[in-house]
Design a protein around this ligand. Structure first.
Ligand code: FES
Ligand SMILES: [Fe+2]
Length: 374
């Protein structure tokens, strides 16, 4: 007697419930996924001007992302090299040209060099070069700041480009949206009581769209069928015939993004950039989510709505018709992820659930997690 191998059935199992609530598994994910890959931590244009900084957390590390006097963004572990005090304790702010520890007043330049240490800096036995802030690899990709805590980070293109090319057929089709030069018109932060993987998995399938997203399906009727496979094979979903734009009214209130071609109009692309960014491309705006896991059962999600800066400069610019519709979709998604989270510890989900054929591709994500975490 044999049990059916995974490849013989289109009904494949999800991860067992404990992968969504167990602190030990969460810690391993933080160490082997989030601390080994490029992780998105927000928009570069949120940190404007020398001394501006944001503090972000990846795994067990607190990291300062700061803009230098030379306008370059750098990242450092938020740890004083003297006796380890946390340097910056606010989520963001502006430093006056240096980073000073409150404990014994060691002072670092915005480039991380140790430039002040009371009574010891001039001691000839003290080698200040050994005590600069520890840098963290940082890249700005399409306007987004990505950090990598690995000892030897792979090039960021190795992590992101394959997904983009797989999704669009070639990079140029994505590049036409010029995401890096769009500007944020609205940001909403959501505190979601669900494991980060449930949020990604939910985004990867549209089996739930008909029951969960009636407003969304009005605009993008293909999603009503639940069998749109566009997340995996390069095809975009198209707006309904009577719909002009992806807005709460279905009416267009801004022109298409300037770099797009006629064939790009009236389409929707949703893309997951593992491990923690979601891109939604529309012809007149872009919506980006980035996730910060905060424990096994909680995720903070920042959602930015991006527009053409020329359109934003207009006096009558109002992002809300675009914001309202995706905010509705967001809340519907987070709610269903929270319902799912509630059951992860149940004996009914001890060995997991099942992905149906139109969700099958999510198993590759589960396998990616298993490969990393074991
Ligand atoms: S711990 Fe920072 S100066 Fe002493
Ligand atoms: Fe959804």
């Amino acid at each position: 007697m044999t049990t059916m191998a995974r490849s013989e059935t289109p009904f494949v199992s999800t991860l067992p419930g404990r992968y969504y609530y167990d602190q030990a598994i969460y810690d391993l994910e933080q160490e082997r996924i989030f601390s080994q890959m490029w992780v998105c931590v927000g928009r570069a244009d949120a940190i404007i001007g020398p001394g501006s900084y944001a503090v972000v957390t990846i795994g067990r590390e607190s990291i300062i992302v700061v803009r230098g006097r030379d306008d370059v963004l750098r990242a450092f572990l938020n740890v004083c090299r003297h006796r380890g005090a946390r340097l910056c304790n606010e989520a963001s702010g502006r430093l006056k040209g240096s980073i000073q520890c409150h404990y014994h007043a060691w002072t670092y330049g915005l480039d991380g060099r140790l430039i002040g240490a009371p009574n010891v800096l001039s001691d000839e036995q003290f080698d200040r070069a050994l005590y600069g802030l520890l840098p963290v690899a940082l890249e700005v990709w399409e306007g987004l700041v990505w950090l990598n805590l690995a000892d030897k980070p792979a090039p960021i293109a190795d992590q992101l480009n394959e997904t983009i090319v797989e999704r669009f057929g070639d990079y140029a089709a994505f590049a036409r949206y010029d995401v890096g030069n769009l500007k944020v018109g609205k940001t909403i932060v959501y505190d979601v009581q669900a494991n980060w993987k449930l949020i990604l998995e939910n985004f990867m399938e549209c089996y739930h769209c008909a029951p969960m997203h009636p407003e969304f399906c009005q605009l993008l009727p293909e999603f009503k069928t639940g069998i749109v496979s566009d997340y995996v094979n390069g095809e975009a979903a198209r707006l309904a015939e009577h719909v002009e734009a992806f807005t709460i009214t279905g009416k267009a209130s801004r022109p298409p993004l300037p770099g797009l071609l006629p064939e790009d109009l009236r389409q929707y692309y949703g893309i997951v950039l593992q491990p923690n960014a979601l891109l939604n491309l529309l012809h007149d705006h872009v919506v980006i989510h980035w996730l910060v896991p905060d424990g096994p059962a909680r995720t903070r999600i920042t959602c930015d709505w991006l527009f053409d800066p020329a359109v934003m400069a207009r006096e009558d610019f109002d992002p809300m018709d675009a914001v309202e519709i995706f905010d509705i979709v967001n809340k519907q998604d987070w709610e269903v992820c929270q319902w799912t989270q509630l059951s992860m510890g149940s004996r009914a989900y001890k060995s997991g659930g099942v992905y149906v054929p139109v969700e099958q591709h999510i198993r590759a994500f589960a396998d990616f997690v298993l490969e990393r975490v074991g």
